[in-house]
Write a protein that binds this ligand. Structure first.
Ligand SMILES: *Cc1c(COP(=O)(O)O)cnc(C)c1O
Length: 305
């Protein structure tokens, strides 16, 4: 696969310089809060999903596949970004979608289809096999494709996320929303020393992510907040909707599944002063990573500009 072919490559896209927006409403005299805008990377190949694709695209190329197959739900940011990248950089894509073929298609899947992705609808039982080695090998043979995990996860998914590390230089804390945890794990591999990683888990997983991180997180300082999932993955309680409206007015669009929960958690936990703060002793710098995913607003009757 020749992603470095015509015009801009995925690497070029990821290496563009991203905006960092100050958040005066969350900053105080002793603390500066900024936001890294992965949502502004590209409208279609959005946010952290673009970074997670890099390793998968490289692995596909090294195995001489010109097709990537992956898994996701009907609102998946990952399938959306994968389909867009396939169209832009000239490789074929297949999406195995959770659930029966539901007509009409969601706006997300309509985009995927328009960008040339082949959609396969898997029932619950089949979809549950997505981590099975045998099933994945079968799909790979059948489609002559590199099979990427749901959400672009796995070691391949971590590769490109290390490109986010230079943006974290000079910050005491870096906060981000956590789904599979791949973005955080990749970033942690290259995180500047003295910088602490704070993950906000958007999945109600009974401590599964926490146990995984305890085993796999490289030697950096980190914390995982497990009680801001708002009732579970994709759930959007009213407090969250109100928060999104508040940030819309500040021209900072958030998505209900990930980034709104990040801010929700930060407003409740991140603003509590540490032992040396508020005394003029410590100036603290905090970076919140906006991981994109704004196309997902459409599933909640919110606008996507
Ligand atoms: C997928 C996604 C995440 C979670 O990323 P993981 O690497 O799975 O932890 C966070 N934010 C947005 C907007 C996403 O689409």
């Amino acid at each position: 696969m020749d992603c470095a072919g015509q015009g801009k490559s995925l690497t070029d896209l990821l290496n563009q310089s991203l905006a960092i927006t100050p958040l005066p409403s969350l900053s105080t005299e002793t603390r500066q809060v900024d936001m890294l805008r992965l949502d502004q990377l590209d409208r279609a190949i959005s946010g952290n999903k673009a970074f997670k694709l890099l390793g998968h695209v490289q692995t596909a190329a090294s195995q001489e596949y010109n097709r990537i197959l992956s898994f996701g739900g009907p609102f998946s940011n990952h399938l959306h970004a994968l389909a867009a990248a396939g169209q832009r950089f000239g490789f074929a894509t297949v999406g195995v979608v959770r659930g029966y073929q539901n007509l009409p298609l969601t706006e997300t899947l309509k985009d995927c289809q328009r960008w040339g992705m082949t959609l396969i609808f898997a029932n619950k039982k089949t979809y549950a096999r997505r981590y099975e080695e045998e099933y994945r090998a079968q799909l790979s043979r059948e489609w002559q494709a590199h099979v990427a995990e749901e959400g672009g996860a796995g070691v391949d998914g971590e590769t490109g996320c290390q490109l986010l590390a230079p943006y974290c230089q000079g910050y005491d804390e870096v906060w981000l929303a956590v789904g599979t945890g791949t973005t955080a794990l990749g970033l942690a591999k290259s995180l500047p020393s003295g910088c602490r990683l704070v993950g906000v888990n958007v999945v109600a997983d009974q401590g599964e992510r926490l146990r995984h991180w305890q085993q796999h997180m490289p030697g950096c300082s980190w914390r995982l907040l497990d009680h801001f999932h708002g009732g579970g993955f994709g759930r959007c309680p009213q407090a969250l909707t109100q928060l999104i409206e508040r940030y819309d007015e500040m021209n900072i669009p958030l998505d209900p599944v990930y980034t709104a929960k990040l801010i929700w958690a930060f407003e409740q936990e991140g603003l509590v002063p540490g032992p040396h703060e508020g005394s003029g002793v410590a100036d603290k710098k905090i970076l919140l990573i906006h991981t994109g995913g704004l196309q997902g607003r459409r599933g909640y009757d919110l606008s996507w500009e």
